[in-house]
Write a protein that binds this ligand. Structure first.
Ligand SMILES: Nc1nc2c(c(=O)[nH]1)N[C@H]1C(S)=C(S)[C@@H](COP(=O)(O)OP(=O)(O)OC[C@H]3O[C@@H](n4cnc5c(=O)[nH]c(N)nc54)[C@H](O)[C@@H]3O)O[C@H]1N2
Ligand SMILES: Nc1nc2c(c(=O)[nH]1)N[C@H]1C(S)=C(S)[C@@H](COP(=O)(O)OP(=O)(O)OC[C@H]3O[C@@H](n4cnc5c(=O)[nH]c(N)nc54)[C@H](O)[C@@H]3O)O[C@H]1N2
Ligand code: SF4
Ligand SMILES: [Mo]
Length: 715
């Protein structure tokens, strides 16, 4: 039996694992007690690493679609044909005709994350780039750009020292944390409470995290900005602001004060559902408890006012003087410090440098919002997307109005998917190019160490040797990049980069440039990872020009909020349902510990047990509609419909229903034999591309207006 140590690459917690293996077979996976960061923690998903590696459905060779059926072909045949077709399309229609989209697993894949941000976009030279960022953390990054001058400057809760942790729209006990790398959140939150700290959850659902909190308050979906304005109002009204505590200048405090004056807790209470006294009490604690911090994630990011809510969270952390202070919201000092490098280079990132062709939505970081993908493929004219490279992305399930994306992909002249599975999206490809499995490659979490609640570092060797000829994602991207050039000389020069620009070499250079004296060699001597200490103040380095508390775009977006509010109703009484049960409900998402976005449902151990893709509804809403637990219901929204089993529970607030994402594996032509038997329904059949945060183009996945009814019996 051999023992291997590595980080789990499935979620942002980056737990250290001990993997025992023999003759190429994973025998056991345990938490690594010697990992200084995760201290032995793991969740049920870790075992799926072995399941994915051994999965018979996982592709091992390139597939080409011939007469509607996939056949295995050699890598050489695939690259040669793809290259010729890409060059022809580019010659005839220009660079923007070849699109590129990347999904979540790129973040967890060292080689892919480097190449998807550098060589591939450089070679493609296309504006038609998309990713999952615009269904995720885009508001967070745009706000950082405006406030701190760099889109990657993001503070994380200094969780291990916090004494007051106010969480909006995140459920770390299910998600294991996001933009807050913190393995074993259950233990960390328990420790917070054991030392007298308080955990407060603001969420339309009483989540797993709310269950272990001191307080939970329901909030109407999409109303977080109003609640947060109520807090900011209180801070000013009661003289609790102290931005002067920060190490850098804060501009725009008076502008924010004037703005917040209009939003008293009393005014917003009927809109949010959180009473004024609670808002004031929370504001006072945030200002007076040393080590208090506000944190928000998916629930506040992917909604109609996601950028405003994200901004107001930082406004509060600044006004209370808790930004960059121990126990507050702090900045990581990681061994690979791309944030620090970008700041030193004065590289803010980009936003609205150009707009999308069809709907004129703003670019972010060289990418267009994913809500524009289908229309950019469907709409004729110069720049129409005719070919698409899709990597680690399943937008048919993960982007709003999945059915429209599904149909649009059908229309492509060329679709190339770099993905280990034939799934709802990749089934439309002309070629599917499968990379090595995670256990066959080197690993370093560049992005996730950079947002850790401690400074840590860890390099992992591959566990298994790949099959001869197998390629890592980055090697596939390099070859695809090379193939875009019309000159065969340049093609061969670009290909030689693979010997020089290896992920290992890049990490080694970045480690040497970083704030901790490290090399890959040194890290190799510490397979459990190393601890580089608690977070230290670093605002002066990361925001040398100070903080812009009142970015003009956000200040003017408050007008949009004002308009929205003047048209909105107050919180409806719990049983406000129209006769016949046709009242509107607000749909939100949720995550489950045993699921990971759209791609782990082929692991038998993760899908066994109770059905997880259910619609949660409050008992009063269910009885008003005459609905019973377990029955199948129709969820109808402006553009789509889905059928799901109903789960009646008072964990959601009245007027709100919740459905998880990543399901819907009942489409034809996929090769996911286990997932097909546990298909579930895709919530993104119901969400749609018109529901966005108009300021930045992020999808509003939460707060979707729906009707829920009996499935009409056939007549
Ligand atoms: N097990 C598991 N872990 C995961 C993933 C997974 O699919 N499964 N996905 C990973 C990914 S890609 C990400 S980005 C992270 C996300 O990590 P989190 O941000 O923690 O994600 P969620 O669990 O979706 O939590 C979002 C919460 O927002 C609430 N919510 C919805 N609408 C609103 C609203 O308008 N206001 C407020 N205040 N709350 C609202 C929901 O009820 C939910 O509890 O998780 C990562 N980890
Ligand atoms: N309604 C609703 N929609 C959502 C969300 C929500 O909360 N609600 N969450 C959103 C969020 S935060 C995110 S991040 C997205 C996630 O959704 P996506 O970005 O689509 O990502 P995944 O579903 O995790 O995986 C996509 C693909 O990556 C492949 N894959 C796995 N590992 C690798 C690898 O190493 N290399 C390659 N090349 N491919 C790999 C899988 O086979 C799968 O096909 O979903 C978003 N969609
Ligand atoms: S919490 Fe995340 S990183 Fe840790 S074992 Fe589970 S999936 Fe892997
Ligand atoms: Mo995400």
């Amino acid at each position: 039996m051999n023992t291997h140590y590595r980080a789990c690459n499935l979620c942002e917690a980056i737990c250290g694992l001990v993997i025992e293996h023999e003759n190429g077979q994973v025998k056991s996976i345990r938490g690594d007690k010697d990992d200084p960061f995760s201290r032995g923690h793991l969740c049920p998903k870790a075992l799926a690493l072995g399941d994915v590696h051994h999965d018979v459905d996982r592709l091992r060779a390139p597939l080409k679609k011939v007469d509607g059926k996939f056949v295995e072909v050699s890598w050489e045949e695939a690259f040669t044909d793809i290259g010729a077709r890409m060059r022809a399309i580019r010659r005839q229609h220009g660079a923007d005709a070849i699109g590129f989209t990347q999904g979540n697993p790129v973040l967890h894949n060292l080689g892919a994350s480097i190449y998807c941000q550098t060589i591939l976009p450089w070679a493609l030279g296309t504006r038609s780039r998309f990713s999952s960022v615009s269904v995720d953390n885009l508001p967070r990054m745009v706000v950082s750009r405006w406030m701190y001058g760099n889109q990657t400057v993001i503070a994380v809760p200094d969780l291990d020292r916090s004494q007051f942790f106010l969480v909006l729209g995140a459920n770390p006990l299910a998600s294991n944390g996001s933009l807050m790398t913190a393995p074993d959140l259950a233990k960390r939150l328990k420790a917070l409470r054991a030392r007298g700290g308080k955990l407060i959850i603001i969420d339309p659902r009483r989540t797993e995290t709310a269950d272990v909190a001191d307080e939970h308050h329901f909030i109407r979906p999409g109303r977080d900005a109003l609640f947060l304005l109520g807090i900011v109002h209180t801070l000013f009204a009661e003289g609790l602001t102290k931005p002067e505590k920060l190490a850098v200048a804060v501009r725009g405090v008076d502008t924010v004060k004037t703005l917040a004056a209009k939003w008293s807790p009393e005014r917003v209470a009927p809109l949010t559902g959180i009473d004024a006294e609670t808002t004031k009490r929370l504001a006072r604690s945030l200002a007076t408890v040393e080590g208090a911090v506000v944190y928000g994630r998916m629930g506040i990011s992917t909604q109609a006012f996601g950028a405003l809510a994200t901004w107001l969270i930082d406004v509060i952390n600044v006004l209370t003087g808790q930004l960059d202070a121990p126990g507050g919201a702090m900045f990581t000092t990681p061994a690979v410090d791309l944030v620090g490098i970008a700041t030193r280079m004065g590289q803010p990132g980009s936003f609205d440098a150009y707009r999308s062709r069809v709907r004129a939505l703003p670019e972010f970081n060289g990418e267009l919002p994913i809500v524009t993908l289908a229309e950019e493929i469907e709409t004729p004219g110069p720049g129409q997307v005719r070919a698409l490279l899709v990597t680690a992305h399943n937008p048919v399930l993960s982007a709003p109005n999945g059915p429209r994306v599904d149909a649009a992909l059908q229309k492509l002249e060329l679709m190339v998917a770099v993905d280990p599975y034939l799934n709802e999206t990749t089934r439309h490809a002309h070629y599917v190019l499968p990379p090595t499995s995670a256990l066959e490659r080197e690993h370093y979490d560049i992005a996730l160490h950079a947002y850790g609640v401690r400074n840590t570092s860890r390099w992992n060797q591959p566990l298994f040797t790949p099959q001869p000829g197998a390629l890592d994602d980055w090697q596939i991207f390099l070859r695809l990049a090379a193939e875009t050039f019309s000159s065969s000389l340049i093609r061969s020069i670009v290909r030689t980069l693979g010997a020089i620009v290896t992920p290992r070499r890049i990490v080694d250079v970045l480690l040497r440039l970083g704030p901790h004296p490290l090399t890959v060699k040194k890290l190799e001597q510490h397979p459990h990872g190393i601890d580089l200490g608690a977070l230290e103040p670093r605002l002066k380095t990361l925001a040398p020009k100070g903080i812009e508390l009142a970015p003009p775009a956000l200040i003017s977006d408050v007008t949009r909020l004002e308009d929205h509010v003047s048209n909105a109703r107050a919180v409806p009484p719990p049983n406000a349902v129209a006769p016949g049960g046709s009242g509107q409900l607000e749909l939100i998402g949720r995550r489950d510990l045993r699921s990971n976005n759209s791609w782990l449902h082929n692991s038998p151990r993760l899908v066994k047990g109770p059905v997880r893709c259910t619609l949660l509804m409050h008992p009063t809403d269910a009885s008003a509609r005459g609905l019973e637990n377990g029955q199948r219901v129709t969820v109808r929204a402006a553009k789509g419909t889905a059928e799901v089993p109903l789960e009646i529970s008072d964990e959601v607030m009245p007027g709100v229903v919740s459905l998880p994402h990543g399901w819907g594996h009942d489409r034809a032509g996929i090769r996911l034999s286990v997932a097909q038997r546990h298909a579930g329904t895709s919530v993104n059949d119901v969400t749609n591309e018109d529901l966005i945060d108009a300021l930045c183009g992020t999808a509003a996945l939460n707060g979707v207006s729906v009707e829920v009814a009996h499935i009409a019996s056939p007549t």
